[in-house]
Design a protein around this ligand. Structure first.
Ligand code: ADP
Length: 468
């Protein structure tokens, strides 16, 4: 049950679109961040190189002088000012030997890079490198610059500030990303649910439509957007179907009405002939019987049609009805019919509460008569038919059970359909309209009808009606 619902949820358009929106949002944000990050990193690199070059420029004149002590003093002063951990200035000779440096014992791990020294001398241009030194948390950018007199100026700068800034950016981005992701999921979910609710209204209207319930319309919001266009197209289609069905029903009604006159006339002719010609008694009797069947069928079909066409008809004569009285009366009417077939018909009223309902008495009697008639019809001689009435708190339950031929599993879902007749019931007369009419009547009383049955094991029809 749960997995079915979860499966439906994962396949829903809202879920998939939300996922897509969130994904697109995240991808765009990541690309924007990468672009920003790369440009910031490039900018920081440029600034750090410019700083080192400015120091090279500042010290290059002094670095050429013979006064090593003065150089050392200036280096130390600068290192003190910048922070001993942050910068280190050294003067090297062309073989990479350190002549003087600004100090800071931990900088000792920074070994001269003879390749870069050679390159700086050869090109007479400053050359840079970034190294990770043991004991240092951050990387270090180093510049080697040839200052003349066989001397190389080396200035190293801790990249603490740049790395901290970039790391901070990453943290901020991750948090902002989570927030954006959450908001985008919620936002798109909200927008999509609102849009989909309107699509759902179209679906619900479409599912609730039946041939008796074609007067529904899908609500149009008036926003004149795509969903309004869909709703309008759907309503127009409904209108066309309605016109078509009404035209078809009218044609069927007319045919049924038109058939009644010639059939009645045939019956009358057969009747009057019967009075004159006693030799043809059997044939004429059969003609009259078939005419009666046809007329019965046409009348039931027309009645059904009237109920479908205007279900209001059925609830027009609503009065207070005592269900116990109504069923007892039906029981008494059917008693002789059951006796004729050697069937025991029983009525049992297990009344604890009120069995008063609001109903159209004649229609309801017709519905129960159909059920009792069927029970007797589909029960072989010697069988039993039982009518039970129970009236608990807010409803009345009527059970009509028999010990007859029962209904097969294939027939069960169809027996309330118009003109449907079970295979095993062909031997009995009928048009397959009784249960359709019964269900229409029960529906119009806001009740329900259900059936339980097995082949050769009888059938049990259960009608539940609201009491008041
Ligand atoms: P009809 O009785 O005229 O065939 P109904 O609409 O009254 O039409 O019933 C439809 C079908 O339901 C019947 O043809 C029969 O197969 C089945 N049915 C109805 N009631 C019973 C019952 N009590 N026992 C067995 N089958 C039944």
């Amino acid at each position: 049950m749960f997995s079915k619902r979860a499966n439906k949820f994962y396949h829903s358009l809202i879920f998939r679109l939300t996922l897509w929106y969130a994904l697109i949002f995240v991808v765009i944000s990541v690309i924007a961040f990468i672009a920003f990050y790369v440009s910031l990193a490039g900018n920081l690199e440029k600034r750090s190189k410019m700083f080192l070059l400015s120091k090279v420029k500042e010290f290059s004149h002094l670095a050429r002088s013979k006064n090593i002590d003065a150089i050392s003093a200036e280096f130390r002063r600068e290192a003190q000012a910048m922070g001993i951990d942050n910068v280190q200035e050294s003067l090297l000779d062309s073989s990479g030997t350190i002549l003087v440096s600004s100090g800071g014992g931990h900088w000792r791990v920074l070994k001269p890079n003879s390749n870069l020294i050679r390159k700086a001398i050869k090109s007479n241009e400053p050359v840079f490198e970034v190294v990770k030194l043991p004991g240092f948390r951050h990387k270090v950018r180093v510049v080697y610059a040839y200052v003349g007199n066989g001397r190389i100026l080396r200035i190293a700068r801790n990249l603490k500030y740049e790395e901290n800034l970039l790391y901070g950016m990453q943290i901020i981005f991750t948090r902002v990303m989570m927030l954006i992701l959450g908001l985008s999921v919620l936002g798109s979910w909200w927008i999509l649910t609102r849009a989909m609710n309107r699509v759902r209204a179209v679906t619900e209207t479409a599912t609730s439509i039946s041939s008796t319930n074609l007067d529904r319309y899908v609500p149009v919001s008036g926003r004149d957007d795509e969903i309004d266009h869909l709703a309008k197209a759907f309503n127009e289609m409904l209108e066309r179907i309605r016109t078509l069905i009404n035209a078809m029903k009218e044609v069927t009604d007319n045919i049924a009405h038109d058939l009644k006159t010639p059939i009645t006339r045939i019956r009358l002719i057969a009747e009057s002939q019967l009075a004159l010609d006693s030799e043809q008694q059997e044939t004429l009797g059969a003609i009259i019987e078939q005419c009666d069947k046809l007329l019965g069928m046409i009348n039931t079909a027309l009645e059904l049609r009237r109920l479908e066409y205007d279900s209001g008809i059925i609830v027009r004569n609503i009065k207070e009805v005592n269900l116990a009285d109504l069923l007892r009366q039906a029981y008494e009417i059917f008693q002789p019919v059951a006796e004729d077939k050697d069937i025991t018909l029983a009525f049992e009223a297990q009344i604890t509460g009120s069995c008063l309902i609001r109903a159209d008495r004649d229609r309801l009697q017709r519905a129960f008569a159909n059920l009792i008639d069927n029970a007797i019809k589909y029960t072989p001689r010697g069988g039993k038919v039982k009518i039970i009435l129970k009236c608990p708190a807010d409803k009345s339950v009527v059970e009509i059970s028999d010990t007859g031929i029962g209904i097969s599993e294939q027939d069960l879902p169809n027996i309330f359909d118009k003109f449907y007749r079970g295979d095993s019931s062909r031997a009995e007369g009928g048009f397959g309209l009784g249960l359709t009419l019964t269900k229409s009547i029960i529906d119009a009383h806001k009740g329900t009808i259900s059936v339980e049955s097995q082949v050769n094991n009888g059938a049990r029809f259960i009608v539940v009606l609201p009491t008041y």
